[in-house]
Design a binder for this molecule. Structure first.
Ligand code: GLV
Ligand code: MN
Ligand code: MN
Length: 429
């Protein structure tokens, strides 16, 4: 039997820098998984706990197992694939991203980080690298909030920042709780406590992701070293008026929740401007009218507001502006309800891991820059418990959460190569 490659500590950087990834294999993973979609749909639609998710899971589990990892799925559906290090008492290194998508999203959001993890496992297997620390690849569930409106649910549960109470409160559009959906999928959310992330068991976590914005493309850099991730609040607003006939009800006699919703939605860009943060963003991405018919004044309108900034104070100001306007509508006879579905604070990432990523990128001659992330990511859930690093590759045209989402193959290769080298260094520490 061949013995594993043992890298002398002072040679780690040199040895690690000779490692190569197989980009064709990575692109094949991405092509295969991203083409699993509901029949007749376009782009990538792979909600957690759906049939598409089940197929994608089978692929990921098969690849992880084939690359020599011990694989298991935790109580809320996160897939873990671990290779064991030589020093038992040393804590593990986690690498991964999410497997789910938004509706009609792109091929790379989340999946890139999972595919990078698979490739790292394969390189370790082929090169017979025996890490000092355990290396665990993770494919998170329900990061997008596509089912229940709450982002990063899989990582949040693992981090102990959401639990059974949350899973019983959150519902999908059919009114079924996250708890029930997970059970029906064959998971056992009741044992959530047993899977909790233990800070002492983890040394570092690294995630590779597409930028989803235009900073890298505009600056001409091939990689982004992320310093911080925006905080985010998701609000659900319901306005109730009086449903009635669209033709027979004079304008002055209406209590129309759609017109009321329009007043709020139309003012959002103006309020963002007035609040004056250069980073603040707010989005209404989902709206539903009941009964949703062209000739009926709706009885009820429900919509979401997604608010993000590095500073919680600006998010709070935006929430207050919305609340003030809702109160005004209340006085005009519209019944209002405003519920916070999920929040996540802004976080700072590990400078130490950031420096390793930068060193490896620079050693490869790959242009890079430091930046912030407006999108949220699973790794944000662990910054208070371990050292976290996040690496970005550019998004063509800054587009994401749409079928057109894309990244040049060369940039994907650069991102995974730098991640591989950084991971090698960290698992050998
Ligand atoms: C996740 O993609 C998010 O930032 O909404
Ligand atoms: Mn993502
Ligand atoms: Mn996303």
């Amino acid at each position: 039997m061949e013995s594993p490659m043992v890298i002398p500590i002072n040679n780690i950087r040199r040895e690690v820098r000779s490692l190569k990834i197989n980009i064709q294999r990575v692109m094949e993973d991405i092509r295969t998984i991203s083409s699993i979609r509901p029949e007749g749909s376009f782009g990538s639609t792979r909600f957690s706990y759906s049939e598409e998710d089940r197929h994608a899971r089978e692929y990921v589990i098969r690849e992880m197992t084939g690359a020599g990892a011990n694989v298991w799925t935790d109580s809320v559906g996160n897939i873990h694939g671990r290779i064991v290090g030589t020093e038992k008492e040393k804590s593990r290194v986690l690498v991964g991203s999410h497997l789910d998508t938004v509706r009609n999203g792109g091929p790379l959001d989340g999946l890139l980080g999972v595919a990078a993890g698979l490739e790292i496992l394969r390189v370790f297997q082929e090169e017979k690298i025996k890490p000092v620390r355990d290396l665990e690849i993770i494919a998170f569930s329900e990061e997008e909030g596509s089912n229940f409106g709450a982002t990063m649910l899989g990582s949040k549960c693992l981090a102990g920042k959401a639990g059974l109470e949350e899973l019983r409160r959150l519902k999908n559009d059919e009114g079924i709780t996250a708890y029930e959906v997970m059970k029906k999928f064959g998971l056992n959310p009741d044992s959530i406590e047993e899977d909790l992330f233990k800070p002492e068991e983890t040394y570092a976590m690294l995630e590779l992701h597409i930028e989803q914005g235009q900073v890298l493309e505009d600056s001409g850099a091939s990689l982004g070293i992320v310093e911080g991730i925006f905080g985010m609040t998701n609000i659900h607003i319901t306005l109730k008026g009086i449903g009635n006939h669209a033709g027979a009800t004079p304008m002055g006699l209406r209590r129309d929740p759609m017109a009321a919703a329009g007043r709020i939605i139309g003012k959002i860009p103006e309020w963002v401007n007035q609040i004056g943060s250069t980073q603040l963003v707010a989005t209404v991405g989902k709206i539903q009218a009941y009964p949703n018919a062209s000739n009926v004044i709706p009885e009820k309108v429900a919509f979401t507001v997604d608010i993000r900034d590095m500073e919680a104070g600006f998010i709070g100001k935006m929430e207050s502006r919305i609340r003030e306007e809702l109160e005004r509508l209340g006085k005009e006879g519209i019944q209002i309800q405003m519920e916070t579905i999920a929040t996540s604070p802004s976080v700072s990432l590990s400078r130490e891991i950031g420096d390793i990523l930068k060193e490896e990128a620079t050693a490869m001659g790959i242009s890079n820059r430091n930046m912030y992330s407006g999108a949220v990511h699973d790794c944000a859930m662990f910054t208070d418990m371990t050292k976290v690093g996040l690496l970005f590759v550019p998004s063509i045209g800054g587009r994401s959460h749409v079928p057109e989402e894309d990244t040049k193959e060369g940039d994907i290769g650069a991102g995974i190569s730098v991640l591989l080298r950084a991971v090698c260094r960290v698992v050998m520490e």
